[in-house]
Design a protein around this ligand. Structure first.
Ligand SMILES: [Zn+2]
Length: 175
């Protein structure tokens, strides 16, 4: 497994609609392993392929937070939301591509998602709580959408300017 570097907003690849995964081959399996390692190392609870510069519809997540609870690494290939609850929930979201910035986002509290797993099998599951927020946030990445796109323009611009500065600092070796 190799840790991959995570793109920081703004980056055109984070604004691009990703292509479906055509077949589950060695390369896709390796990418899944690398993405899980990158996510756990960050640390984060979800990561979408475009965040590591691969424009394919694939994401990993593990929202198990309680100490002592077994991890649940999940790999979702070509995920699709097939049902949402009317009930909404608000979560203070962050993103590995927008480090140290958090904002409240409203999303459906429960979602039903279908995807293909690494064995090529079609799977369906209902998510709620943090899992529901996370899976919606990650599927948004596959459509070139970031959580800051839900914020008011002023707040979004403020965060984007901070990220531009962070990227300049990284480029100069200061961060
Ligand atoms: Zn994100």
């Amino acid at each position: 497994m190799t840790r991959r570097s995570i793109l920081i907003h703004p980056d055109p690849r984070l604004k691009t609609v990703a292509d479906p995964v055509a077949s589950i081959d060695t390369e896709v399996r390796r990418l899944a392993d690398d993405m899980l390692e990158t996510m756990y190392d960050a640390p984060g609870i979800g990561l979408a392929a475009p965040q590591v510069g691969v424009l394919h519809r694939m994401l990993v997540m593990d929202c198990v937070k309680n100490e002592g609870e077994a991890p649940r690494p999940m790999v979702l290939i070509n995920p699709e939301i097939i049902g949402v609850s009317e009930e909404m929930s608000t979560y203070d979201e962050g993103c590995l591509s927008i480090p140290d910035q958090y904002a409240e986002v409203d999303r459906p509290a429960q979602v039903k998602v279908k995807w293909t797993d690494l064995d090529g099998k079609e799977v369906q599951e209902e998510f709620d709580g943090l899992w529901a927020t996370c899976v919606q946030h990650e599927i948004d990445h596959l459509d070139g959408k970031l959580f800051i796109d839900y914020l008011k323009p002023l707040k979004r611009q403020m965060i984007t300017r901070k990220m531009q500065k962070l990227k300049r600092d990284i480029a100069r070796g200061k961060a």
